[in-house]
Design a binder for this molecule. Sequence first.
Ligand code: NAP
Length: 242
Amino acid sequence: MPNKRILVLGGTSDANVLAKELLKAGFDAVTSFAGVTENPVLPEGEIRVGGFGGEDGLYDYLKAEGYAAVADATHPFAAQISRHGFNAAERAGIPYLRLERAAWTPLPADNWISVQNTEAAVAVLPNASRIMLTIGRKEISAFLTRDDLSGVARMIEKPAIELPSNWVLVLARPPFSVEAERELLAFQKITHLVTKNAGGKLTVAKLMAARAQRIPVVMIERPQKPSAPAFGSASALVAALA
Ligand code: NAP
C-alpha cells in the first residue's frame, strides 16, 4: 500500500495500542477522539479531536486528507461512529477494518441476566436493589428514575448530573484488582452488578469478584456493529493492512 495514512477511530486503550503498532509498522496513523473526555490517555502519533459532522462530514474529511484506510478501534458500544466510519469508507472507496475485543462470556458459576439496552437493565432490577453501576457517565440517569434503587456509580470522569444522596459516586480509572472489587462490593452491600459487555482485561475484575460473592450481574449486551473485517488484536489488524 503506497499511501500509508490511516485514520484510527479511537477513544479506547485498544486504539492507543493500535496507533503504536501502526507507527511501528511504518504507517502514518492519525487517531481521532470524539472530544467527550476531559483528560484522555493520548496515543503516540498525530491526533485530531471532535466529531466530523456525521457520515457526510467524515466522508469529506477522508477525501480531503487522502486516507488509505479507516481502522475502527472505538468502544464496542459506540455504534454510531462505527456505522459512519463503515459507510464513509465505502463511499470513499477505501478499506474499513475493525479492532474488536472479544465479548465476555459467563462461566457456570456466574448468574448473568443479559439485556439488550439500558432501559431493559433498569426494568429487570428487583425492588430496592443496591447496585454497582459501571456503564460510564452518559446513561446513568435512567437508573436514577427509580427511587428504590441505590448503590455505587463508578466512572472515569464526573457525570453531568448530580447523584441523589442514596448513591455513592466513585471516580476511578481502570484497571481494578479483584481484591479491591470484592471489598467494594462487600462494603457497599451490593446486591447486583450492572455493566456493559465491554470485554477485555482492564475491567474484568468486577465480574470475578461478583462470581466469588455470588452477586447477579445485569449484563447489557453489545449493539450491532457493521459487518466488516474484524480483528481480535492490533497486530492482526496491522498485518492485514500491510
Ligand atoms: P457514538 O454514539 O458512536 O458516536 C456519537 C458521535 O460522536 C459520532 O456520531 C461522532 O460525531 C462522535 N464520535 C464518536 N467517536 C468519535 C471518534 N473516535 N472521533 C471523532 N468523533 C467521534 O459514540 P459514543 O458511544 O458517544 O462514544 C464516544 C467516544 O467515547 C468514542 O470514541 C468511543 O470509543 C469512546 N468510548 C465510548 C464508550 C461507550 O460506552 N459508548 C466507552 C468508552 C469509550 P459526528 O457525527 O459529529 O462525527
